[in-house]
Design a protein around this ligand. Structure first.
Ligand code: G
Ligand code: G
Ligand code: MN
Ligand code: NA
Length: 254
């Protein structure tokens, strides 16, 4: 497969780049963090988005090595921002289940933090429910140790998985990320609103924070703020940006 071959070379040829989508903290109006999102600068194709290649990386196992690179690159960027005076912007990284099962996620994270001199509290991991549930016992152990270091754990696309809510008790979780599916029509669809409000309420009762993804309008943001959602992420506030533009946004935002 051409795509697979091209992907294998992409890592060595430094064709991957991270973009960062800012997260807005609703009660302070500050940029509280960013989500690192992978882009592939494929020669002859321009900037390629994850939907076109992450599934193949998952199938082939390449996602483990690329995932290791993402952790290192995110830590390098945190250190670079710190040097520029951009502090307290936590970086969230998407983690695939294969990184837990086949890779040494804990070792890779510890090495990257150490290499770049980054505080563990500046790093957040986003995992889907399905990533948590595959090899759950091992994942609980690894996440528990990472969280003891000070790394934050968030559940991505919350509400769309098939897992039971019992895992919220068993896993060390700091934050739930309400899936875009419940945010899209939150202002007009009472069922979506009810689900989003239930997630917010449950998260806070369990001493977790809540972020809504895919927020595209002022009305959605206002609704979420009124209902005590902690953060939002989405095109209304900002799309994913190159690192230099994040620095500019954060400076302006202060
Ligand atoms: O960047 P974009 O908004 O198109 O992201 C699409 C999806 O690709 C995201 O929902 C996310 O799950 C996945 N994705 C983006 N970046 C990464 C990454 O760094 N690692 C992994 N495993 N998935 C990613
Ligand atoms: O990992 P995750 O699936 O959460 O990645 C975020 C994805 O959502 C990326 O593909 C990003 O481009 C996309 N996204 C971010 N903000 C918005 C938004 O406001 N609306 C829509 N439709 N997609 C968004
Ligand atoms: Mn995510
Ligand atoms: Na998501």
């Amino acid at each position: 497969l051409d795509l697979e071959l091209a992907l294998r070379g992409a890592l060595e040829d430094s064709q991957f780049v991270l973009y960062y989508q800012p997260k807005l903290e609703l009660n302070t109006g500050r940029v509280s963090g960013v989500e690192a999102l992978l882009r592939w600068n494929r020669p002859g194709f321009g900037l390629v988005y994850p939907a076109e290649f992450v599934p193949i990386m998952e199938e082939t196992g390449l996602v483990v090595r690329v995932g290791d690179w993402i952790v290192d690159e995110a830590c390098r960027q945190i250190a670079a921002w710190n040097c520029e005076g951009v502090r307290d912007v936590r970086v969230a990284v998407n983690v695939s289940s294969r990184q837990f099962v086949e890779g040494d996620l804990e070792g890779v994270i510890r090495a990257a933090l150490d290499k770049h001199g980054v505080e563990p509290g500046m790093l957040e991991l986003e995992l889907t429910e399905s990533a948590l549930m595959s090899n759950a016992e091992h994942t609980i152990e690894v996440l528990g140790r990472l969280r003891e270091l000070g790394i934050r754990i968030a559940i991505d696309d919350f509400g769309t998985g098939y897992s039971s809510l019992a895992y919220l008790k068993r896993f060390p979780i700091d934050k739930l990320k309400i899936d875009i599916a419940f945010v899209r029509d939150i202002v007009t669809n009472p069922d979506d609103a009810a689900i989003a409000l239930a997630i917010i309420s449950m998260a806070h009762s369990l001493h977790m924070q809540v972020i809504a993804e895919g927020v595209e309008t002022r009305a959605q943001m206002a609704y979420l703020r009124r209902n005590r959602c902690d953060e939002i992420q989405g095109f209304h506030f900002s799309r994913a940006l190159p690192a230099a533009e994040v620095a500019r946004l954060v400076q302006e935002n202060r």
